[in-house]
Design a protein around this ligand. Structure first.
Ligand SMILES: [Zn+2]
Length: 104
């Protein structure tokens, strides 16, 4: 069972749609493949993790998050996304599910 220690220690990021609810999108439990940093015009940043199927919607999703994050802010109507930068997360072979425990 030595192999288990290595498998359990790695933290896998899951698509942002697993925690935040978005209108027009159903929850997603896919492993995130991209880490995105969205810069807002007030200088703040938002971080998102997206799987490959939600990556094309990055701009829209970041916009929704921004609206939520600054919902109480007086300046919210002036806020806009300035840019989104992202990088691909390392492919993780640990993602393969090992079914080591079996009911005998
Ligand atoms: Zn997703």
């Amino acid at each position: 069972m030595q192999a288990w220690a290595g498998l359990m220690s790695r933290k896998q990021k899951i698509c942002t749609l697993s925690q935040a609810k978005f209108r027009n999108y159903s929850p997603c439990e896919e492993a995130a493949e991209y880490r995105l940093r969205a810069t807002v015009s007030n200088g703040q940043e938002l971080v998102l993790y997206l799987c490959s199927s939600h990556m094309p919607h990055a701009w829209e999703l970041a916009q929704v998050l921004m609206d939520r994050r600054f919902a109480d802010s007086e300046a919210k109507h002036d806020l806009r996304l300035e840019c989104i930068s992202f990088h691909q997360l390392k492919p993780s072979p640990q993602l393969i599910h090992h079914k080591s425990l079996r009911a005998a």
